[in-house]
Design a protein around this ligand. Sequence first.
Ligand code: GCO
Ligand code: MG
Length: 409
Amino acid sequence: MQIVKADVVVTSPDRNFVTLRLETDDGLVGLGDGTLNGRELAVVAYLREHVVPLLIGRDASRIEDTWQFLYRSAYWRRGPVTMAAIAAVDVALWDIKARAANMPLYQLLGGASRTGLLAYGHASGQELPELFDSIREHQEQGYRAIRVQTGVPGLKSIYGIASNATYDGGRYDHEPAQRGDLPAEEDWDTRSYLRHVPTVFEAVRHEFGPELPLLHDSHHRLTPIQAARLGKSLEPYDLFWLEDVTPAENQEALRLVRQHTTTPLAIGEIFNTVWDYQLIIREQLIDYVRSAVTHTGGVTHLKKVLDHASQYQIKSGMHGPTDISPVGLAAQMHLGLAIHNFGIQEYMKHGERTNEVFRQSFTFSDGLLHPGERPGLGVDLDLAEAAKYEYQRAYLPFNRLADGTVHDW
Ligand code: GCO
Ligand code: MG
């Protein structure tokens, strides 16, 4: 089973996606996601210029060997571009292996450990009435767990609010990165945020009761002591998790946060190897691993991270906004179904054009995702549809404080 063809397909139906498409001499096709939001073409160049020439003629069945070869022979290790490129190859090879075995990928990973994957969606609103409507809408769509983001008094536009005019078409869920030549500038005020957020969760609990699992994302904007205070002030509202409270590259910061709060913590959507997690898993400083298959070296590497985490009762909470393509999302549904320590799956729906380009087999019913029973990942790429949508430059926004200082977004 030799790889005879490797194409990097860039398409922008509702947003940019980078897909690696491998073909074998026995006619099998495998797909892998290498989308890195706002820096997509760096992965495209890494794949086209440096990886594709190494793949032609390789045995497609040797997944671990190919992973180690790509990781170690590059010499320059880790980093989101490298790890997204390796992930694209890895997932395409798993897709091929599962198609060759005529099984859905989760069967190769050990079979189903559950009937479906609890998914959470993104509710948001500048003010409480819009937020309540958004939560209800998500419940009507079948979501049984909901992330809550709101505006903050005094700030014009912040991360995670669907109605922000800065986002393309006003739809956060389809395009957080703004198309154009410059990133959008947003503003930030930590004191106002810390005062406001607990009042929002108090109101949401009052309106929706104690059962509904609620999540919140601080998106890397707090210092450790501020994060500790937020976690503590949210304890009465029983969050499923509080995400990315501090810039996650400083793992030790979580020690201080952990000492002060019992609010569960989720970290890792910007991590890309097990080494980013070494300290926080070993010291049990988090409760959920947020890494996506796409940004963490594929199924092969993320499974190792999650197996390590499982020794410490830490669960998965894989990153699943729309910048994870349907291929990446499918890969993590198969992985999530198979592992024992599944926690929750983030699930933002892709747009209609995206669903025409990527034909999928997953289901979402009664709040649970399932990858379906088709052999492989269960995703096909329609090349003619993909060719209709050219790459469009798009940048994620950034923040400035009132005095003009650049801040984490
Ligand atoms: C999340 C993430 C996203 C990121 C996005 C950046 O929790 O889903 O924080 O909203 O901002 O993936 O590209
Ligand atoms: Mg996040």
